[in-house]
Design a protein around this ligand. Sequence first.
Ligand SMILES: Nc1ncnc2c1ncn2[C@@H]1O[C@H](COP(=O)(O)OP(=O)(O)OP(=O)(O)O)[C@@H](O)[C@H]1O
Ligand SMILES: [Mg+2]
Length: 269
Amino acid sequence: MQSRPKVIGRRRFCLCGGEQVRTLLAMPSRCRTLWVTGTDTGCGKTVVTAALALALRKRGVDVGVMKPVASGLVEVEGGLASPDVRFYRAFLGLADPDELVNPIAYAPATAPSVAARLEHRPVDLMLIRRAFTELCSRHEWLLVEGIGGVLVPLSDALTAADLAAAMKLPAVLVARAGLGTLNHTFLSVSALRAREIPLLGIVLTPTSRHPDLAELHNPEEIRIHTGISPIQLPGVPGVSVDLGEGDGLPQLVDGLASLVDVLMGGAAA
Ligand SMILES: Nc1ncnc2c1ncn2[C@@H]1O[C@H](COP(=O)(O)OP(=O)(O)OP(=O)(O)O)[C@@H](O)[C@H]1O
Ligand SMILES: [Mg+2]
């Protein structure tokens, strides 16, 4: 049964059913794309996206990045901006304007569905579509950073995973390396597979300076239960999205080589 538009605040909130979203976002993609999603907020999506962009550039590929929906804006010169976009701009030297890189931005640090309701401004799929199409026409590859985790809600009827499925984006899943990650990772992988989103890799980001027992054994456990051997990134100094530090990013590039091989070869991990 199809859901009908519902009034939230003074705006009509499109509770599009899956078929409507697919039609709205169905677009011929002129570039190669990857959705960098994660098990959670703060798990390392921006760091991995930026390092992956540097790794692809090292292979001679022209890469653009996009954060379709951001929440939790910070003050920058001239107004509010997403810390992730500020990070990309500083360390990837992006030339694309903010309205393309981050077409939808909400000030409150909440899930997008909540921020949209608080600001009486629903997630506008047409804005995402237009920015995505334009960035795709400018670049060979487009890395699309998710918001929060795989199933974070964008509206009452749409999750981030639904959007990625409609846009036909293959995914890489970023997860924390330490204790607790197995459950989060398996739930996220299940949600991706339920939507037939191709999963090209799993990247684990460090939880502590000195890996504990869980961190040492989790990669093998993830391989056994998902069939994907995760990449385990080292913890490097000089990387903080919140503090706007990214000088350590180049040290992460070599660790992503096997994922770049998969991306360039177009095969699943
Ligand atoms: N390999 C790494 N080495 C050192 N620090 C790291 C590494 N990966 C992630 N971090 C730390 O984790 C923090 C959070 O990472 P990041 O901002 O990329 O997460 P996120 O998933 O993009 O968060 P959000 O949901 O807010 O977009 C970074 O600011 C950085 O301090
Ligand atoms: Mg981020």
